[in-house]
Write a new protein. Sequence first.
Lengths: 376, 376
Amino acid sequence: MSEFVKGLEGIVAAQTEMSYIDGEKGVLEYVGIPIGELSAKSTFEETVFLLWNKRLPTRSELDEFTSELRQRYELPAGMEQRVTSLPTNAEPMHVLRTMVSALGMHDAQPNEIELDRARRKCLNVLGHAPTIVAYFDRYRRGLPLIHPDRSLSFAENFLYMLNGEKPTATMARAFDICMILHADHGLNNSTFAARVIISTLSDVYSALTGAVGSLRGPLHGGANEGVMKMLNEIPSVADVESHVMGKLERKDKIMGFGHRVYKAKDPRASDLQGLAEQLAKDTGNEDLYAKSHAIEQIMEREVAAKGIYPNVDFYSATTYHCIGLKLDLFTPMFALSRIGGWSGHIIEQLDGNRLFRPKAEYIGAHNAPYTPIDQR
Amino acid sequence: MSEFVKGLEGIVAAQTEMSYIDGEKGVLEYVGIPIGELSAKSTFEETVFLLWNKRLPTRSELDEFTSELRQRYELPAGMEQRVTSLPTNAEPMHVLRTMVSALGMHDAQPNEIELDRARRKCLNVLGHAPTIVAYFDRYRRGLPLIHPDRSLSFAENFLYMLNGEKPTATMARAFDICMILHADHGLNNSTFAARVIISTLSDVYSALTGAVGSLRGPLHGGANEGVMKMLNEIPSVADVESHVMGKLERKDKIMGFGHRVYKAKDPRASDLQGLAEQLAKDTGNEDLYAKSHAIEQIMEREVAAKGIYPNVDFYSATTYHCIGLKLDLFTPMFALSRIGGWSGHIIEQLDGNRLFRPKAEYIGAHNAPYTPIDQR
């Protein structure tokens, strides 16, 4: 029996052909293609195809994949009513988790796990999830629902359903890039949770539901909300220095910095930074970007030597804010994208599955008697 | 970086003070007390207290714990309507997963994870889950719902809500023992999933929802349904020999035999065997028990030398059938009990948490170009 390794740090728990990460050098590749190439040239739909098929699609393959995805923008009969009967004060991540789970009850054969069937169920969730989030957000705001438009891309359609108007090209592209950047990242906690769950040969809905539940944690996807809250706490750029130094002195965590894997700047943060800067300018949020940038410069001066750099959450906060997303939709956005990665991992796990069943080390008492209750 | 270990077999991923398992000797203890002692003398309520507190309760502690649990038999306002608007053909495990998730939206502070708060949320789910299962079963059968009765124990109340009449003492005790036996079992897959999810500091509902999703897999909790299906396939005791030998020759899996952990008879199977025999006699199911017993004898003769023995699923199938449970409620019964164990592990994980974040070994291509689409 091995020694107990807290958090399984350093333990190899799966093989993958999807993401390659070199944390020392700050490299992230999907199927061997540098993330910067994909964020510059690809689309979210193409990136998901890449992750699921381990190669880029031909034009006809991409057309077919996109068409299948768009057919799933509309929810199954009965689901709209389910979304619009939820408590309006529910947190969107609790909603998404519950409704992804509910999709399993609206699939006549939810438990099919043959690879091609499982893949179609992944596509169901990928297609339906944005509609769930947008419907819930409009329902809670008391606005009429905007039904999906199959002529639009994944990114365009989501922003359209959310805001009731088609996004500008810059907005849609920025959102699309966020979706590309967040799609996969090795064996992060939610991806690992999805693989653990599917390894009982359960079903795609169970695995994706578990992954959504994991992602909402503040040590994982929930961190991007934390960044925005921190930015909101700082009145102006002039206050950044004292705010950050105060936190560092108190050894408070600076949200959006540091990552278990990266000891260099997260390559996704670099891509997002330019995007955040441009969007901030376009939407009159220059001050927000300036605060972010000032935080990064102070952190560079103070703690970069310790390998603490901005992570993907840091500039995604500014980006999402500029796109007009409310704070509690930040983590659901991460989820919409990561469904692509989770799904790829579910397929990889099913293809040559072995049940995850590690050991626990028992550290309690032995040979304890069952003492009758009146003698305790 | 360690070598890739498929399924994390042999890797110690957590420490626990709850179950001690010696797979070679066929020993299972909860907090040091042999499982046979607990199944003979304890109750499910007391066993859950034991698992959560690492000691047996005094009488007043047990009274208080029981009272708090009984206060939670009734669902939060709005949940009954949610359960009775589900598709009637949904599989109960999909229902339970979705409704445990939905409970998070009926809690004003679902994300509290301070230990005492987390524990109360565990108690919420433990109290509400039987009601969810019983309501759904009666709703799908077109029967009026039976509201819970706080004067009854966990086991009695569940069978009462399901069947509309109070169970016999033998029935209730048999069910209670099943609940005791299934409550915890080291780092099984669903328990591990719960710990992985809560380690992002997500929330109790997310972790328990993920665990339910894991348990429904046929390599885990779903196996007890498989045993019953196999028993149903065999017309009579006289057919057991040819049926089992045929399966062995074809190298088909015999459901309910073999366990990753035990290389001896699962001690829970021993406890259940006596129970199943008695219940079968009481309920006119002698033939079912006789078939089970004949299977065990053939397996003992043929494969015991390879360390393949009956596991907990084997005799729980007969037991649940004799109690009058429909096949697709077998795995939910496992879940009702295991919520006790999952919850204990969630508390243990939160107390000294470290994020689960293992590594994936990348085995794909490197330095791949982003080829423009018309050149693919």
